[in-house]
Design a protein around this ligand. Structure first.
Ligand SMILES: C[S@@+](CC[C@H](N)C(=O)[O-])C[C@H]1O[C@@H](n2cnc3c(N)ncnc32)[C@H](O)[C@@H]1O
Length: 326
């Protein structure tokens, strides 16, 4: 049994090791760096072979401001209009799938009017605890916001689980699902007749200042790494568009890129390690060149000379109302 932090997420990788020139042992894209012999900041449970990957709360915390800045504002008005037109509502029931430490609720709840009850879903009870403790308290108009947590596998959601839902949200989740899992999610939302706001799915494109010949090779290897084991990675949004569209939903997609500069040095460095690390795990022949590349990129980052755009997409699916949603 090994104590371990998580393999990465949609913005980084699912892998376990990374090319790294700093002497740090890096878990690709998952956040906090744990040196050999050093314990993680917070103890996570022992991880056996059958355990699911886990996400470090430190990584989710590190990315939260960049996520908040990236989220598409353009999808909010159509969402508000849909919510305002829900029949006979006395408050909204909002299901946040794969909530992690709850950053989606902290961003969205204060931007919507009306009383809200958030049902926070995750398979990780440790993250659910963080999400409950730091949950939002008030809506845009001062109405009350309450939360409950539900531990479980969101990839197996049934329409029953969403009975009475006004809205389903997810953030940085779609790209770590399979096609079948997204189809299950779309069917559950369609069955409940509720809209879905599914944000910050990786688009598979990255731009770095001072372009380097290795950028494209690393990006391609990283994208392949994300598609391991049938996960969708950069294909998630197009698959979700098809899946929700097949149920008659109107689907809108808007870009939501991270734009990282000197004010995001910590996040950018961690992201770089995860991005390059996953690429090397996918294509070990890149290792030597990637090591020099990573060292140069990290040095530029530390000097405040690196700008990175990591492209993501936000998706709003407006289901055909069924009359059962609140
Ligand atoms: C990349 S993190 C994003 C967390 C949070 N939504 C955010 O934006 O900060 C993905 C989250 O989804 C959860 N997750 C992934 N697959 C899941 C599944 N099949 N069932 C339940 N939770 C899942 C993970 O535990 C993790 O908390």
């Amino acid at each position: 049994m090994v104590e371990s932090l998580v393999p990465g997420d949609g913005s980084a990788s699912h892998g376990g090791t990374a090319a790294d020139t700093s002497g740090d042992a890096v878990i690709a894209g998952a956040g906090p760096v744990v040196r050999a012999g050093e314990r993680p900041t917070v103890r996570l449970r022992d991880v056996g072979p059958e355990d699911q990957p886990r996400y470090a709360p430190e990584w989710l915390e590190l990315r939260e401001p960049a996520d908040a800045a990236a989220r598409s504002m353009e999808l909010l008005d159509p969402l508000r209009i849909r919510l305002a037109n829900l029949p006979g509502r006395s408050g909204f029931a909002i299901h946040d799938l794969g909530c992690g430490t709850g950053s989606m609720g902290r961003w969205l709840a204060p931007r919507l009017d009306g009383a809200q009850h958030w049902i926070l879903h995750d398979r990780d009870p440790y993250l659910l605890h963080f999400a409950a403790v730091a949950s939002p308290r008030a809506a845009a108009d001062g109405s009350r916001v309450t939360v409950e947590t539900r531990r479980g596998d969101v990839a197996r959601l049934t329409p029953d689980a969403l009975l009475g839902a006004s809205l389903v949200t997810a953030s940085a989740l779609l790209d770590v699902l399979t096609r079948e899992e997204i189809e299950t999610l779309a069917a559950a939302c369609a069955g409940a007749g509720c809209p879905a706001l599914l944000t910050l799915s990786v688009a598979g494109r990255v731009e770095l200042s001072s372009p380097d010949p290795l950028d494209d090779e690393i990006a391609a290897a990283f994208n392949d790494h994300q598609r391991r084991d049938g996960l969708l990675g950069p294909d998630a949004v197009s698959v979700a568009c098809e899946a929700f569209g097949a149920h008659g939903a109107t689907v809108k997609v808007h870009p939501s890129p991270w734009r990282l500069g000197p004010e995001n040095v910590g996040l950018t460095a961690q992201w770089l390690r995860g991005w390059v690390g996953a690429a090397v795990e996918e294509r070990p022949e890149l290792a030597e060149r990637a090591e020099a590349y990573l060292a140069a990129r990290l040095a530029a980052c530390a000097a405040g000379d690196l700008q990175v755009t990591v492209h993501h997409s936000d998706l709003l699916a407006l289901a055909r109302p069924t009359g059962t949603a609140r």
